[in-house]
Design a protein around this ligand. Structure first.
Ligand code: NDP
Length: 489
């Protein structure tokens, strides 16, 4: 290849030497004036940006959402305005607990975050491959995540911390059973479902609200690894899921998911057996059937990983007109936490980074801050109201008021059904899983609980077994048998 591009410094000056430093004489020390050497080393020292505290290891791809079904009776969101409409998307998949270099086949939920570049702003659906989560209150999040990370003394992963926390926080049980089924070790990112997990709202052009849950059903077939297969792959190919996605897209085998929704009216929500905004519970398909919406296809691997994947910033706060929030407490906490994390990792102007930049116009009076690279509002006013620009806050974009069922803060007064941590996990184990899946779930749990150590071992194990027992007696007795202990209730 003939090379006709001039090497330059970062400031654009063509430079003459890229390997040998400038020295005082042939064997002498390096001269301070070799600024290209300084620039190279200094930039290299600054290559890493803070790792995400959770979801550090991930991969991503661009693609499209194609609308196949008319859902305008539920939402006025422009992205769904007509069948056939296409919207560009960016999806980032990830594991949750491991560091940036950790193995892809660890037992862990998988992040499934979708950014829809709609004509009226970015809509981020920041979900997982599981329909529920371990906790329903954001105040618990740092504690829970600490138990999934490393022991503060040994710096080792600690089954003792994990099971101590889960056994003291029974609302985790639903997610724990999913995690220890083979769905906790999906066969790559292409062959798993995605879920918005939270309850969101949709608002139509008559300003009527319904509650909604989002599901992405894999069209590649749901495939999982057994615990043993996942363990082998951790050593053999730590980047297994990333490789699978990148290689499939490179050869034109574009993965697809069917986007579906479940709808609950406000009247149904008032009658619902459980709190419809409790992220540890699902809405049964038979009561709230899945409605087709469209097809998500991934067809383009970003040309540069750091630019688009590492710097991608998803936030549940990024909703669009016609798709709104709900009183789901964990969702409310994430509205605050995600943009806060991005401002820490990427800076106050993180939404100016190309992968995060909306395709439509952005009009506001926020200015300055580090790395303002979009012209910073040029010479237009940086205050509101003003007599000079034509930016107006249109009241038509306001969501209808949300009815509250109580006017005191009753955080601690859970009703009995909110404390039902057992019905749905029990149904999953008894009614949904096959014998093969049940057997693997038990053996995965036994393998993990065998790692509980120290003076509190017996107490932690028995406490967790009592939760299993309340969900399903057979589950508890099989786990106790596997651990070779007597179940004490
Ligand atoms: P259905 O029989 O209609 O649906 C069962 C669902 O479970 C399917 O979506 C299936 O996904 C999924 N599934 C199968 N095995 C597992 C597993 N090991 N871990 C997680 N999900 C799994 O049942 P219901 O709607 O009445 O719900 C029964 C139970 O199924 C719930 O208590 C919940 O635990 C689980 N579930 C329910 C979901 C919902 O939104 N209703 C979503 C996911 C799980 P697929 O179709 O891809 O095979």
């Amino acid at each position: 290849m003939s090379k006709n591009k001039k090497l330059t410094t970062a400031s654009g000056r063509p430079y003459f030497e890229n390997e040998d430093s400038m020295t005082a004489g042939q064997r002498g020390p390096i001269l301070l004036q070799d600024f290209y050497l300084h620039e190279k080393l200094a930039h290299f020292n600054r290559e890493r940006i803070p790792e995400r505290v959770v979801h550090a290891k991930g991969t991503g791809a661009f693609g499209t959402l194609k609308v196949t079904t008319d859902i305008t009776k539920y939402t006025k969101a422009k992205v769904f305005y007509k069948v056939g409409n296409e919207c560009r998307v960016f999806v980032r998949f990830s594991t949750v607990g491991g560091e940036k270099g950790s193995a892809d086949t660890e037992r862990d939920p998988r992040g499934f975050a979708v950014k829809f570049y709609t004509e009226e702003g970015n809509w981020d659906l920041v979900g997982n491959n599981t329909p529920v989560f371990f906790i329903k209150d954001p105040k618990k999040f740092p504690d829970f995540v600490h138990t999934q990370k490393r022991d503060p003394k040994t710096n080792l992963k600690s089954p003792t911390m994990m099971w101590d926390y889960w056994s003291l926080n029974p609302e985790s049980l639903h997610q724990v059973i999913i995690l220890f089924s083979d769905r906790g070790t999906p066969d790559g990112y292409r062959k798993m479902n995605g879920y918005g997990s939270h309850t969101f709202s949709m608002i139509n052009d008559k300003n009527e609200r319904v509650w909604v849950k989002f599901h992405f059903k894999t069209q590649q077939g749901n495939k999982t690894l057994t615990g043993a297969e996942a363990d082998v792959l951790k050593g053999k190919d730590p980047d297994y899921s990333q490789r699978d996605l990148v290689e499939a897209i490179a050869k034109g085998d574009f993965p697809k998911w069917a986007l579906k929704i479940q709808i609950m009216t406000e009247e149904q929500a008032a009658q619902f057996k459980w709190n419809p905004f409790d992220v540890t519970k699902v809405w049964s398909h038979s009561d709230f059937p899945l409605i087709d919406v469209g097809i998500l296809e991934l067809n383009e691997i970003p040309a540069n990983y750091h630019a688009d994947v590492e710097q991608s910033a998803f936030a549940p706060a990024h909703t669009i007109d016609g798709i709104g929030l709900s009183p789901d407490k964990l969702l409310q906490g994430r509205i605050l936490a995600y943009p806060d994390a991005h401002r820490y990792r990427l800076g106050a102007n993180y939404e100016q980074i190309p992968v995060n930049r909306p395709i439509g116009s952005v009009n506001h009076h926020q200015r300055d801050g580090m790395m303002s690279v979009d012209g910073n509002g040029s010479d237009s006013p940086n205050y509101f109201p003003n007599s000079f620009d034509n930016i107006e806050a249109y009241k038509s974009y306001k969501d209808p008021a949300m009815k509250m069922d109580s006017d005191i803060a009753d955080t601690y007064d859970r009703n009995e059904n909110d404390n039902d941590f057992y019905t749905q996990p029990g149904d999953l184990f008894r009614k949904v899983m096959t014998d093969f899946e049940r057997k693997n779930t038990v053996s995965n749990i036994v393998g993990a609980m065998s790692g509980i150590a120290g003076p509190k071992r017996e107490e932690i194990v028995q406490r967790q077994l009592s939760h299993f027992y309340k969900a399903d007696k057979e589950l508890a007795s099989e786990v106790a048998k596997g651990l070779n202990i007597i179940l004490k209730l």
